[in-house]
Design a binder for this molecule. Structure first.
Ligand code: GDP
Length: 430
């Protein structure tokens, strides 16, 4: 998962603090300094980090901590709330509805991943039963239409564009009109990301927007630009009515904190993140589950969604039955996650489970049915095979035990169906 390093650092700082015999001001400060360092390393703005640190100090009452309350939980909750506050600027200006025609215009600089993201966005909705269509209004860059055409063909999504026409406004209007007549419910307009001058780029964006009257303008931004994200997001916002943001390339590096926090600072909600070059490496961005995963607190609704999405229908009842019996073994994890592996890296899935910090996950697969049988030599073999330290494997097994304990508490509990997750999610995160 993106920002795994940040999540791992925060989890470790909390762990160290809760291991300390006395929680005094110094222990709390050490912990907060460690977290501050991790956030700055992830490129989160200095001012935001400083405010966050001050707010946590105000909220956390040292007397409470001394009185034997669950210190880790109290501080983790404070950090959770502050991170959520930092990343949550509110709702997008418009949310398209299935079956009702919406025009969504994509803007962003060349190289940000805009064209790829248009297709991912279309494909995401197509899988959910929408009728999307793509319009290429980028006449500036040679090859833009070919790229969109290629992506659209692969995903079997209707597209519109021209090799001859040089007026982007004309193409955009024609494309939107045609797909309206064809009753498409999500008409996506890809615009140019480069021009001779920035002024010309913004002017073209405004003209396309005026002519097509989009219901929503989505700004696409590359996460690796870090702190520069704030200025870029603001510049686009000032030129066109940006309603929401998609941050791309959240895989690959630990710096995404800059983009997420900076975009939030411009009061633009991030609604999706791109996590790879492939069509389905695209995730809904929801602040609370995201922060929850970041801090190793889990994302139950995301986890259950994945199960419903990827475990074959006929296997779902058996899996859920076993889980609800509190019968949770590494074998179950292994067998069932074979399915989930089809959808993405195991760390991403594990990060949805409370108590799992992705950074602590060994990369190899576990071959035991019962972690109690893990003796020293097996642990060493797994460490060698997965290219990890023995300590990492031990830590993972500890995390497993914690998770198994949680499942055992769920014994007899009816596992909710899709759409019934919030209550469970609240319970487990409480
Ligand atoms: P555009 O110029 O903004 O339209 O950008 P493109 O869609 O052509 O993308 C530029 C490059 O970024 C391509 O090589 C894409 O495969 C890549 N890309 C786009 N989104 C992502 C992402 O989420 N992760 C990664 N790793 N690469 C991405």
């Amino acid at each position: 998962m993106v920002l795994a390093q940040l999540g791992g650092s925060i989890s470790r700082a909390l762990q160290q603090m809760s291991n300390a015999t006395i929680i005094d001001e110094k222990a709390l400060n050490d912990c907060l300094n460690e977290i501050t360092r991790a956030l700055l390393q992830a490129d989160v703005q200095f001012k935001l980090v400083r405010d966050m640190q001050n707010n946590i100090k105000k909220i956390v009452n040292l007397d409470d901590l001394a009185a034997g309350h669950n210190k880790r939980r109290i501080i983790q909750q404070a950090i959770f709330n502050e991170l959520c506050k930092m990343l949550d600027p509110g709702k997008p200006s418009f949310t398209p509805k299935k079956g009702k025609t919406s025009v969504v215009m994509f803007v962003g600089l060349q190289g940000s991943g805009k064209t790829t993201t248009c297709t991912k966005y279309a494909y995401y909705h197509q899988k959910k039963g929408w009728k999307p269509a793509l319009v290429c209004a980028d006449t500036f860059r040679a090859g833009a239409f070919d790229q969109l055409k290629q992506n659209a063909t692969k995903a079997k999504i209707p597209f519109y564009g021209s090799y001859m026409e040089s007026d982007p406004v004309k193409i955009a209007v024609e494309g939107v009109e045609r797909f309206k007549q064809e009753n498409c419910d999500l008409i996506i307009v890809d615009t140019s990301g480069r021009h001779k001058q920035e002024v010309a780029l913004f002017e073209e964006m405004r003209q396309v927007s005026e002519a097509t009257k989009p219901d929503l303008v989505l700004f696409v931004m590359d996460s690796s630009i870090g702190q520069a994200a704030f200025d870029q997001a603001q510049a686009f916002k000032q030129s066109v009515a940006v309603g929401a943001v998609i941050v791309t390339k959240m895989d690959g590096h630990a710096k995404g904190g800059g983009a997420l926090s900076a975009v939030a600072a411009t009061k633009s909600p991030v609604i999706f993140i791109g996590t790879g070059e492939h069509m389905d490496e695209f995730e809904v961005f929801d602040v609370k589950p995201f922060v929850s995963r970041l801090l190793g607190m889990g994302d139950w609704s995301g986890f259950m969604d994945k199960i419903h999405e990827v475990v074959p229908m006929d296997q779902q009842p058996e899996l859920l039955q076993k889980l609800s019996e509190g019968n949770f073994t590494l074998r179950i994890m292994y067998e069932q996650f074979q399915n989930i592996l089809k959808m993405g890296p195991i760390g991403q899935v594990f990060s949805m489970l409370p108590g799992f910090s992705q950074e602590l996950m060994p990369k190899g697969q576990l071959d035991s049915t019962n972690p109690k049988l893990m003796n020293d030599s097996r642990i060493m073999r797994i460490a060698r095979g997965s290219g990890r330290q023995v300590r990492d494997v031990m830590e993972m097994l500890e995390e497993y035990k914690r998770l198994a304990k949680i499942w055992s508490k769920m014994k007899g509990l009816k596992i909710p169906k899709k759409g019934e997750m919030s209550a469970l999610s609240r319970n487990m995160n409480a």
